[in-house]
Design a protein around this ligand. Sequence first.
Ligand code: EPU
Length: 443
Amino acid sequence: MKIWGGVRLEGEVWLPPAKNSVLPILAASLLCDGPVRLRQTPRLTDVENSLALLRAAGMRTAWEGEDLLLAPGRAGKSALPDGPVRAMRSSVFYLAPMLHRMGEVRMTMPGGCRLGPRPIDIHLEGLACMGAAAEWKGEQLTLSAPRGLYGAEFSLRLPSVGATETLMMAAVKAKGITVLRGAAREPEVVDLARFLMAAGAHICGAGTSTIWIQGRERLSGAAFRPVTDRIVAATVLAAAAATGGSVTLRRCVPEHLEPVVEVLTRGGCRIRREGPAALTLAAPARLAGAGWVTAGAYPAFPTDAAPVLAAAFLTAEGPSYFEDTVFEHRFGCAAGFSALGGRAKVRGRLLELAPAERLQGAAVSAADLRGGAALAVAALQAQGESTIAQAGYIRRGYGDLAALLRSLGARAEWEGKTERENEGKRRTKPEKYFSEAGGISLP
Ligand code: EPU
């Protein structure tokens, strides 16, 4: 991605549905006997990889404009293809639905951003409590439950978002009642529960640390609009704050953004709610330092927002300290910050930022998804041209970040695309999957 910095961002953004809501819901569609319509699904590489897994598992998938349509098809295979599994952490979400659908699932270790060790032991321990047996051959995992899954009481040793979602998906069709203690409380966990309930599941307590689930034999389909993306929201706010700009977020859930708003307010931004689903930010010409920010499990400051907000504070007047208690290597973007002239130092899980007078455009490289977006936010403040290599990471979580920034007045584009493509004037092609879907009748 190429960015020419120094432009004050201004405008309005309608937030898309959250990646981390959409991805588990896509996997959960395997639990449904009826068709599913996911409204306004963002076209991310992780969504494309999820569709590849769904098709391997026998689902029919089709785009209808911005909606994604999913319906049960032929009997699929219990072995999931290595490519998409290795491409994202979210392949772990297929364990429980595949156990229900096929009685067995085989896959390699899920990939995803390298943010430090990301084991799947809590997912597997919980599934074992519910009757699944795991067998490893090197990196290849076979999980089976020939007699089905049954309800259990399980305490998560830490509030893992993914493990809470895996175990919810296991429990909704298990025999009997499941109680999950120490569950994650993120809005995306609540959203998965809302989707499953729309399909007929019995779930109580999602959003608190104890979740009760009564298993049901069948789930129907559902038409569902996932919650909007609080990390895209944080990225837009950070980009406006970094450039002394002003922005209005539409379709947002202000409660989900409280810790992000608090940190930007410390920096001197004026942030106001505009009704139930909008927020406006007006930034000062130069931010004050953020002070100490600790990222942790919800409702604490979100780990995914730490690098993007840190980027906005590179040229602040005072120091900022971003500590991440969730992942060991959250700040892979620090090398890029320094290359752009930032005064960034990583000590273990802590990113220290000393005030830099100005940033200068440079060639940098994304190390992971949020780190890549953080480099874009940093480049917006830099004088001259910056190039972000490995920007494919960014496409995993943002439909088109360059277009989003351009809509606020930034000069940003994807290298190697024609001017027309960068302006987003592409003609919509006939849908690739629609004909394969063979006429799905959907809600
Ligand atoms: N953990 C374990 N064992 C497990 C599961 C997790 O030790 O079985 C540890 C992890 O190693 C990590 C901590 O628990 O240190 C938290 O991990 P969690 O399971 O909560 O994260 P996740 O489910 O892998 C989701 C998001 C991440 C987001 C985290 C934390 C999805 C697809 N991913 O990951 O999003 O950072 O929760 O909120 O929902 C991103 O979008 O860029 C991203 C990385």
